[in-house]
Design a protein around this ligand. Structure first.
Ligand code: NAD
Length: 478
């Protein structure tokens, strides 16, 4: 018996959760349910995270969380409960299987069977944003080695367990050489441990286009958070319906399972909603807690029901469906099919599907880190980079000189183009001349002189090399 935390959520949440629990309990799931309240009511009661502190206790104690969709009220500083849960509980892997059920669910991609493994904690979703000049805002993109190693290893271990043949990595490392570059580099390193699994890397733009056009070319795709967020919805949608896909959010100690769709408030309370997405989440949960036989039984009964043409309104189609049913009737039809296997769709076998056991992250010995210079970011409302350079050069000292100015990453001094559009946000790079070394004292001196000269320094970024390799981007055009 495994104790799980259940939240019925908002909108269609309670109906699809009731249907899902009824099905898995009828199949023999050995679970004990601890129910908590999350979502709209909790938000509107003044809790901006959508969850009460005592509910966290329950989730952390039980470790397994099955969650129906919730409604996030618009505006008012309400924080997404999903994002908070993933980060608080360290749910680093978001796994979304996206499979076509042709010819029973209409799709342009009849032989699609793709699993998206999305990094769930890092990237631009760290939510570290600042405005420091009138015209420019910024968001810090954080990618870490442990983050990359955990998610990439998860993708390969998942592929191995599921007997999948290929893992593809999507990044934009031709542009983001440091951040996406690290993700790609770790992918190449870890792929070597799995010689039996094919591996490949695609630049995200053409990779995404290929996935939307020819999804059968892919098997497991691993990617950083933002790309994964967008493309996992695309992948689910092109199988025929976002209402059919579930997702697992996996951490080292806790895990959360859900449907990928929202609370569909307009459909609520009418016995209309398709419970399949949440049921898929629950099946992944059963596998995760080792009840693989029950998971398999439910999945085969679900496939059989869809094959029989018993469909909710969202996938009902006059040519392929036989009966349009509501949420409750759909659940009853699946229960009736427990123990049966589909005839045309491929029956599943989950004998080896329990939770993956991954090695914990081991920090590597520290590299030799050398300070090589500094970027001072400056708020300045002029338009000529040459004028700015003349001002900034006044804060140089004997050994440390202005080497470059960029505006939005494009080099505008020395030898800039007058055509380059400039904002009020300038990066001034200082480096030691060849005879000098550079230390933090030089940065303090630069800042001191800048303050005296009323130059508005809004932030600094130290420039380092690691084991002799420069670890900062050049200016575009440099
Ligand atoms: P939605 O996914 O709720 O609905 C999009 C469309 O899909 C609607 O037409 C809806 O009727 C249909 N649909 C979704 N699930 C269905 C199902 N199971 N059966 C039949 N039809 C279904 O997206 P939305 O309208 O953008 O968002 C509604 C609310 O849900 C918002 O408050 C949003 O913040 C929230 N939301 C929550 C989650 C979550 O809790 N994981 C995820 C996404 C959105």
């Amino acid at each position: 018996m495994t104790k799980i935390t259940v939240a019925k959520g908002d909108g269609i949440g309670p109906e699809i959760m009731d249907a899902t629990l009824e099905i898995i309990l009828a199949a023999g799931a050995q679970i004990e349910i601890d129910e908590i309240e999350v979502g709209e009511k909790v938000y509107l009661a003044g809790n901006t995270s959508g969850i009460a502190p005592e509910s966290w206790e329950t989730i952390r104690k039980n470790k397994i969380f099955l969650k129906a969709p919730i409604t996030t009220p618009q505006g008012g500083g309400y924080k997404s409960l999903n994002v908070t849960t993933r980060k608080f509980l360290g749910l680093y892997a978001n796994v979304r299987p996206c499979m076509s059920l042709h010819p029973f669910v209409k799709t342009k991609h009849p032989i699609m069977d793709v699993v998206i493994v999305r990094e769930n904690e890092e990237d631009l979703y760290a939510g570290i944003e600042h405005q420091q000049t009138d015209e420019v805002v910024q968001c810090l993109k954080l990618i870490s080695r442990p983050g990359c190693e955990k998610i990439v290893r998860y993708a390969f271990e998942y592929a191995k367990q599921q007997n999948r043949k290929k893992v593809t990595c999507f990044t934009k490392d031709n542009i983001m050489k440091q951040t996406d570059g690290l993700f790609h580099q770790v992918f190449d390193e870890i792929a070597k441990d799995y010689p039996e699994i094919e591996n490949e890397h695609w630049i995200i733009d053409i990779g995404a286009a290929k996935m939307a056009d020819t999804p059968e070319a892919f098997d497991v795709i691993v990617m950083p958070n933002l790309y994964g967020d967008v493309l996992s919805d695309v992948a689910a949608q092109i199988t025929g319906s976002v209402g059919m896909a579930g997702s697992a959010n996996i951490g080292e100690t806790c895990a959360m399972f859900e449907a990928i769709h929202g609370s569909a408030p307009r459909r609520a309370g009418q016995n209309l909603a398709n419970p399949s997405g949440l049921l898929q989440g629950a099946i992944m949960m059963l596998n995760h807690i080792g009840q693989t036989d029950i998971a398999e039984k439910v999945q085969n009964a679900w496939l059989k029901t869809l094959e029989e043409g018993i469909h909710t309104y969202d996938i009902y189609n006059e040519n392929t469906s036989k009966q349009k049913v509501g949420t409750k009737e759909f659940a009853q039809a699946v229960i009736k099919n427990l123990g049966k296997k589909p005839d045309q769709l491929k029956a599943v076998s989950y004998a080896h599907n329990s939770a993956l056991q991954l090695p914990s992250y081991k920090r590597k010995p520290a590299a030799e880190k050398t300070l090589e210079g500094v970027d001072l970011f400056i708020h300045w409302e002029g338009s000529s980079a040459d004028t700015l350079a003349a001002q900034i050069k006044q804060i140089e000292n004997q050994g440390v000189q202005l080497s470059m100015i960029t505006n939005r990453g494009i080099k505008v001094w020395p030898d800039g183009f007058p055509e380059t559009f400039c904002t009020d946000h300038w990066r001034c790079r200082f480096k030691p001349n060849s005879a000098s070394s550079f230390s933090k004292k030089d940065i303090i001196e630069l800042l001191q002189k800048a303050t005296e000269s009323q130059i508005d320094v809004i932030k600094t970024e130290n420039l380092y090399s690691f084991n002799g390799k420069a670890a900062y981007s050049l200016g575009q055009g440099q």
